[in-house]
Every structure is written in C-alpha cells, then in structure tokens.
Design a protein around this ligand. Structure first.
Ligand code: PEP
Length: 248
C-alpha cells in the first residue's frame, strides 16, 4: 500500500510570533516537500503569520489542540471554525501533555476528532503508553483502548483523514527514542486495531507515525519500517535538524 509519508513538527509552547516567522522562513528554503507531507503545528498566536508565509508552498499549517464545540462560553478556548478560517489543515488531538496537564480524556479526544472532521481539518490523534505500562507488558492494551475510544463513531471514509501518532510517553522529550523494532511492533498492532474497527482496506490507507525524541540520526531507520509512515517531532522541529528529518 502506497501511503504518502508525513512529517509533522510539534512546536509545543515555544517561539514567539516573531521567532516563528523567522524559523519557518528558514525552513521553507531548506526542505523538499515533493515526496511527503510536511506540517508545522505552531502555537495559536502564530497561525495567521505562519499561514501567510507558507501559503504558496507545500508546507501545511497545523494547530496543537482545539475545542469540541464551535463557539460559546468557553473562556480561553479555540474552535475548529476559527482554525479553519486561518487555513489550518491538521490539528493534534490528545497529545500526552494535554492528557497529563489538561484533563484530556479519550472521550474529549473523540469529540474533538468528530468536530475537526466536520470542518475538514485532519486530526493527528496521539496515543502511547507510560514506562510503567510498557514494563508491565500492557502496552498494546493501553493503545487499543485509546485508539478504539478515540475513533469511536467514525465512518471508514472519515478514518482515512486521520493520522495516528504512536508516542510512547517515556520517549517524549527524554532523548530516548523507541527502537525501530519496538515502534514498528506497536504501529503494526495499531494497524490491526484499525482493521478491527473499520476494515482492512481502510486500515491499510491510514497513516500511522511515530513520535518521541526523533532526530536526524534516528529518523531514517524508524521511517523505513513497514507500518511507520513518518513522524511527529517535538524538540528537533525547533532546530535545523528538522530539515534532516524531513529530507531523510
Ligand atoms: C512530541 O511532543 O510530540 C514529541 C514527539 O516530542 P519530542 O520529539 O521532543 O520527544
């Protein structure tokens, strides 16, 4: 199955709007987007400026979260409708940092995914196990639950718009990435879960990526695996190394 590869940068709460413009201006000239999709998930306050800057390129604009309602009394929140108007094409949903610090649950993840799709925004749904869960041998149980609950109620057609990001929590921001075999085993497991939820042809079309301390040195071995269609990159997306990851 020929799935188009995708590499996404998750900037988290880094870079002011001015710094964001500077970083994306450099990035624009250094990366080749002919063979893969490249997405920059920047802070909300930089979406408009970065969106203008990449308008005539193949780099796509991504957000890091959104609310599951369209508008209303939700102080401090941002809706899919607002993101859509700014040209956002991808949105990260259910990142482990949001689950840990902002009470994101599989239920809110599911509602957000439905809402993002309503606006034609492609959700990047994150899942992953803690070190304790990995050591207890329950990695796949945890992932299965997150994926099944997160994607509940979607049609196969909607499912093909989703990117599933396998991000072991012990690998995020730690400098310790999963080995290619560890990551491939879980990503292959996710594809099986997707074919149980939807069907085999749908699962074969869906993109599954790995995230967790990916660098220019580790990217190629990870992305060469059969069930890993690219990466979600945190720390390294803020540096010139992102170009090495994309171009590898
Ligand atoms: C992330 O936060 O999605 C991530 C993968 O971070 P890092 O690459 O820094 O581990």
């Amino acid at each position: 199955m020929d799935r188009r590869r995708i590499v996404m940068g998750n900037w988290k709460m880094n870079k002011t709007p001015g710094e964001a413009v500077e970083l994306v201006s450099q990035l624009k000239d250094g990366i080749n987007t002919d063979k893969l999709d490249v997405v920059v998930c920047v802070p909300f306050v930089s979406l408009a400026d970065v969106g203008r800057l990449i308008k005539d390129t193949n780099i796509k604009l991504g957000a890091q979260n959104m609310h599951f309602e369209t508008s209303g009394a939700y102080t401090g929140e941002i809706s899919g409708l607002m993101l859509k108007e700014l040209g956002v094409e991808y949105v990260i949903i259910g990142h482990s940092e949001r689950r840990q610090y902002f009470n994101e649950t599989d239920q809110t993840v599911n509602k957000k995914i439905h809402k993002a799709l309503e606006y034609g925004i492609n959700p990047i749904m994150c899942c992953g196990e803690t070190l304790v869960q990995r050591e207890a041998g329950v990695t796949m149980e945890k992932i299965r639950m997150q994926v099944k609950r997160g994607l509940q109620g979607l049609t196969p057609r909607q499912a093909t718009k989703i990117v599933v990001a396998y991000e072991p929590i012990w690998a995020i921001g730690t400098g310790r990435h999963a080995t290619a075999n560890q990551a491939e085993r879980v990503c292959a497991g996710i594809r099986c879960v997707l074919s149980e939820i939807f069907d085999e042809p749908t699962a074969a079309k869906m993109r599954i990526v790995y995230g967790g301390s990916v660098t220019g040195n580790s990217a190629k071995t990870l992305f060469d695996m059969d069930n890993i269609d690219g990466g979600l990159v945190g720390g390294a997306s803020l540096k010139a190394d992102f170009e090495n990851i994309v171009n590898c």
